[in-house]
Design a protein around this ligand. Structure first.
Ligand code: NAP
Length: 438
């Protein structure tokens, strides 16, 4: 019997568990740990609440979760309740699937002004992550600036632009729905330091901006390169750029009819955030793109900003004793191997890129490496204590574990509390989650 501990119950964690099951069959026991009492990581707290079809992938993870040899061990924080070394003593392989939950910093003056947030915090707020449920962004101003040209920036801009009716069928949490409903924001600037050919936004997500009830996207035709140059782009990016071209062609009469505008400001690199205690403007430098890189032109201007959300990527949380690549913001690893018996997968391995589905080959690839280490003897002899050993340790330390069965009770209570037409109303604090299982 092999015992595997996976830290993190998001997509990377569950795909790795599925792969381990496929490889070892009945000859493996897998414990999936999570600091929260609820599973699915980014699916619950990262994927936008109005993207329910993407969230549907959790049904696949539930199938894995309900098998005999897989167990969910919720409400256990690695590095606090138990250490990685504790787990290495109990399990043959410890896999860090902890994602990248921390915001990359802009590293500029004014970043700590009020109403400036990173996307992990802002997205966590509207998705009900207990760490960010109390964020209380002030949406009473007219102008929001969203920094970055990736899909997270698009999520944030779209959520800020939607009406209450457009959230029907979503699982946006009540506190965010109420705040957005009372929002006064009329202009949402998406700020990109490079140009249309360097956006990270994908076509389907960009296309959604064309169908918003009260908002329209605006692109300055001057920012678009010659159309013939699009032919050199890979097909996905070419489609995204085609969306930008169609945004640039929207007539003024349409903009006049939509009270909210999502305006793309490209070739504009933020250099400082300014305001008197609270953010009031973003100072930017005009750029040109040379050899793929943004280069400042020395021309500066200000964009009014009552709210700033910086969507410029994420970093993994370091764990004491685990080698960390500071520059890349993830664990130092060689194809998922960190140290003998210690591995990483998903964003914790490769950084914050790719779709949910990218984690599947990642999880299966990692299990191949662990299987190689098993075959070569690098995992050591069998006979570790595995889950029985962990249960004894949890009892000794008074750790209050939340099981998958408990989660199903929490889920039932969330479904029962849902607004009409919504799939659930999430608990946004850990105490309520734990109470709901009792
Ligand atoms: P991303 O795709 O890497 O985009 C980050 C953006 O931030 C880039 O445009 C980047 O510009 C910009 N940026 C970085 N540092 C900056 C700085 N100092 N100043 C100004 N701009 C800066 O990251 P993401 O949007 O966080 O998304 C993470 C991953 O999740 C991606 O793979 C994404 O596709 C995925 N995701 C998917 C969906 C979906 O499929 N619906 C939804 C959300 C997220 P440069 O390119 O110039 O560096």
């Amino acid at each position: 019997m092999r015992h595997i501990a996976i830290i993190g119950s998001g997509p990377a964690g569950y795909y790795t568990a599925e792969a381990a099951q496929k490889h070892w069959g009945d000859d493996v026991r897998i414990d999936i740990f999570d600091a929260l009492p609820v599973p699915y990581g980014l699916i619950r707290t990262g994927v936008a609440p109005d993207h329910q079809s993407i969230k549907g992938v959790s049904r696949r993870y539930e199938k894995t979760a309900l098998t005999e040899n897989v167990r969910f061990v919720g409400n256990v924080t690695i590095g606090e309740d138990v250490s990685v070394a504790d787990l290495q003593g109990l399990y043959d392989a410890v896999v860090l699937a902890t994602g990248a939950p921390n915001d990359r910093q802009l590293g500029m003056e004014g970043e700590d002004l009020a109403n400036v947030f990173g996307s992990a915090a802002f997205v966590g707020w509207y998705n009900g992550h207990p760490q960010f449920a109390d964020l209380a962004p002030d949406l009473s101003g007219r102008h929001a600036v969203v920094i970055g040209m990736g899909n997270v920036a698009l999520d944030v801009a779209r959520i800020l632009a939607k009406t209450e009716a457009e959230f029907a069928g979503s699982d946006i949490v009540g506190h965010a729905l109420k705040a957005l409903n009372e929002s006064n924001i009329h202009t949402i600037t998406i700020l990109g330091r490079r140009g249309p050919h360097q956006i990270m936004m994908t076509p389907k997500e960009l296309g959604e901006l064309m169908h918003l009830e009260r908002a329209s996207p605006r692109v300055d035709p001057e920012d678009l390169p010659e159309e013939e140059e699009d032919a050199l782009l890979e097909p996905g990016l070419r489609k995204s750029v085609a969306h930008l071209r169609s945004f640039a062609a929207i007539p003024e009469s349409v903009h006049a009819d939509t009270p909210v505008e999502i305006e793309f400001d490209m070739f504009a690199s933020p250099v400082a955030l300014e305001g008197d205690g609270k953010v009031q403007k973003v100072r930017v430098e005009r750029t040109v793109v040379e050899a793929g890189r943004a280069k400042g032109t020395g021309e500066f201007y200000d964009i009014p900003a009552d709210l700033v959300v910086s969507c410029i990527g994420y970093r993994t949380s370091p764990i004491p004793g685990v080698p960390f690549d500071e520059r890349a913001g993830r664990f130092a690893n060689d194809e998922g191997r960190i140290l003998p018996g210690l591995y990483c997968v998903g964003w914790a391995r490769r950084g914050p890129s790719g779709t949910i589905g990218t984690n599947r080959p990642d999880g299966f690839g990692l299990i191949e490496k662990i299987a190689e280490d098993d075959a070569s003897g690098a995992l050591g002899r069998k006979g570790k204590a595995g889950r029985e050993g962990f249960d004894a340790l949890a009892k000794e330390r008074g750790i209050e574990v939340v099981t998958f069965r408990d989660w199903k009770k929490i889920e039932e209570a969330e479904e029962a509390a849902a607004r009409e037409g919504a799939p659930r109303e999430k608990f946004v604090d850990i105490e309520s989650m734990i109470r709901a299982r009792d």
